[in-house]
Structure formats: structure tokens, C-alpha cells
Ligand binder design. Sequence first.
Ligand SMILES: Nc1ncnc2c1ncn2[C@@H]1O[C@H](COP(=O)(O)OP(=O)(O)O)[C@@H](O)[C@H]1O
Ligand SMILES: N[C@@H](CCC(=O)OP(=O)(O)O)C(=O)O
Length: 373
Amino acid sequence: MQTSILAKAQRIVIKVGSSLVTNEGKGLDHAALARWAEEIAQLTKLGKQVVLVSSGAIAEGIARLGWTQKPSAVHEKQAAAAVGQLGLCHAYESAFRQHGLMCAQVLLTHEDLSDRTRYLNARSTLLTLLQLGVIPIINENDSVVTAEIKFGDNDTLGALVTNLIEGDALVILTDQTGLYTADPRSNPTATLVQTGVAGDASLEVMAGGAGSSVGTGGMYTKIIAAKRAARSGAATIIACGREEQVLTRLASGEMIGTQLSSVTCALAAKKQWIADHLQLKGSVTLDAGAVRALTQSGSSLLPIGVLAVEGEFLRGEVVRCLNPDGLEVARGLINYSSQETQRILRQPTGQIEAVLGYIDEAELIHRDNLVLC
Ligand SMILES: Nc1ncnc2c1ncn2[C@@H]1O[C@H](COP(=O)(O)OP(=O)(O)O)[C@@H](O)[C@H]1O
Ligand SMILES: N[C@@H](CCC(=O)OP(=O)(O)O)C(=O)O
């Protein structure tokens, strides 16, 4: 008999979606929050560490402001998020206090996770909170980010947080029982997928977008989140947050919803951070020989194998490595800026100093700072 992956997981990230948190946008579902707080308290009694990623700030702000529909203007959504986030935190604090648990608000932006120092700070804050027995409640800092630099959906944020704290499992609670073979809202004959492997491309085909105006991303972003979480070795469960005792039953081993196991080897922490960048400032296009050296021989990238440079980046930033057809084959921390790279591309390593007047490193991207896609 199969056992839920939550039974063994010690460090768990639980993500709850807007439709659940705000009762389909009608306003905070205090009864649901109370149930999750009670169940999370049970998990902590079993010795598990829990981080909660909660959506719902925008939907709750809209409800509090008395607006009848989601605004399209970014500044209005940001204003709604600021109003709603306050309500969200207050409600979680009261719910967890009933069980003698303290919680903490952590609002993250994409920049917090792409800047190495801020990433490490966020990691140590979260790990310290967990050690103190505090439940971190995370959301995107919606009020200060623009559309271009948003995580966009909290499924992605949940996966990145799982990678950040090296969680064993990501539990995505939503308004459906799990992943179906097609969106059950429009396909009543669709059936539940009970188990699968995170990263299996066939799952992406089944998953559609959000079924309500309250949610963002739908099932697709949850499947991609499972793929991301698997890169640090975490398994993902997608289940219905309205199901009775869903978290405690999962923790006791019961198979509920969709369970996606991770079969890939976990990337080392620094490579994980490199892989987790969502927006990159530039790319280098490699010749076929360099592509082979990276993907088949585990070599570093040397300037001689670079055909072109796109975008503007500084030394130490993460860039994409494209094959001659423009497909991303790797990404890594580059040792030279875009301007310097432009000057040394196609040059043998021995020429770097002659061209630039100095040499920082022999490699453009060292293999230790390179992640294959
Ligand atoms: N294959 C699928 N299986 C289940 N749900 C799906 C599928 N494809 C699309 N969906 C939709 O995804 C929705 C859940 O995502 P979303 O609305 O973003 O919720 P949340 O707020 O929990 O993130 C479901 O209500 C459903 O309509
Ligand atoms: N940060 C946003 C959440 C956006 C989002 O991903 O929503 P959902 O798809 O419901 O998890 C908010 O709090 O409103």
C-alpha cells in the first residue's frame, strides 16, 4: 500500500490559494484558517517544521474595499494587496494563537531571491523562525513589485521557498481534489491523477489555467511548481484545502489528492539558487563545440566558444547559455560583464589579458557555477 510522502517529510511548505483563503473572493474564510492552524499545530507536535505560503491579499483587499471585481490597473491591485495583507496576517495570528503558536509575516519579492546576499538573508531568517518554533507566513510583496518582476503566482513562490529552505515537501492546497486529466470545471469526465513524477511533461498537457477570477495560474503553475521543487529533492502534493483534516491525514500516510514524487538528484544549494532565477538580464550564444563541452563533458564555458552576447549584465550575474538555435542549454554566474564578454568572445583564454588589459578568471563561466537545463 502506498503511503503519503508527508508521513516522512520533516520540513514542509504549505501553500494555500486565494479562492480557499477568501471563500471565492467573498472575504476571509476564518473557519478555514482556524482548521489549517489546528492541523499545522498537530504537525508541529509530530516534530515537523512548517512554512505557510498564503495567497489572498488582493482578493481580501478587494472585498474590504467593497469593489465588485478585480481591477486591471496594477496600482489598484497593489493598493488592494496592502489592505488585504493586513487582514490576512491578523487572521492568521489569531488562528495560530489558539494553539499557542506564534507566526511571522515574511513578504518576498523576486529581487530578494535573485540577489545572493538577500537570498541568504531570507534563508537564515526563515530557518531561524523555524528553529524558534514560529510559523512563517509568506506572501509576495505585491504592493511594491511591478508586473515585469513579479513571481506572479504563489505556486512559483511556494516552490522557490521550498528550494530556499530545502524543504522535503511542498503541499499545494487548492479548490480541486488534485490534478485531473483535464480541468474538471469544463470536463466533467476528467479523472484524478493520484500519483506521478514531478517534471513529467505529460502532466503539463493536462493542466489548464485558473478556473475562477480569484485564482492566478490555475493547475499549470502548480505542475511547474512541482517541477521546480523537485530540483531541491522535494516532493509535491496537490490536494483540496476544504477536505476534512487534509493535512493531518496526509501526515498519517493517507494518500489524498495528487502526489508527485521527485526522482531527480537535488542540486547543490548554490546551483539551486542559480537555477531558481526567474528573470535574467542577458544571454550568451554558444557554438556547437561549446554546447557539447558543457552538456556532455561537464566543462566550464570558455570565451572561445561564445558566438554572441545579448542584454546587459555585470560580472557575477546569472545569464542564459543558448545553443545556436536559441534554446537554453544551461545558465550560470558569468565572470565578465556583457561589454567585456563582447570583447573577448571567440578569443582563446590566453588572449583575455591582451584584449582587456587584465584577466579576472580564465573561464567565462566556471563549471561550479553552471547549471544544465
Ligand atoms: N487539469 C486540471 N485539474 C484540476 N484543476 C484544473 C486543471 N486545469 C485547470 N484547473 C483549474 O485550476 C484551478 C485551481 O487553480 P487556481 O484557480 O489558480 O487556484 P488557487 O487559488 O488555489 O491557486 C481549479 O479551480 C481548476 O478550475
Ligand atoms: N500574492 C497574491 C497571490 C496571487 C496568487 O498566486 O494567487 P493564487 O493563484 O490564488 O495562489 C495575493 O496574495 O493576492
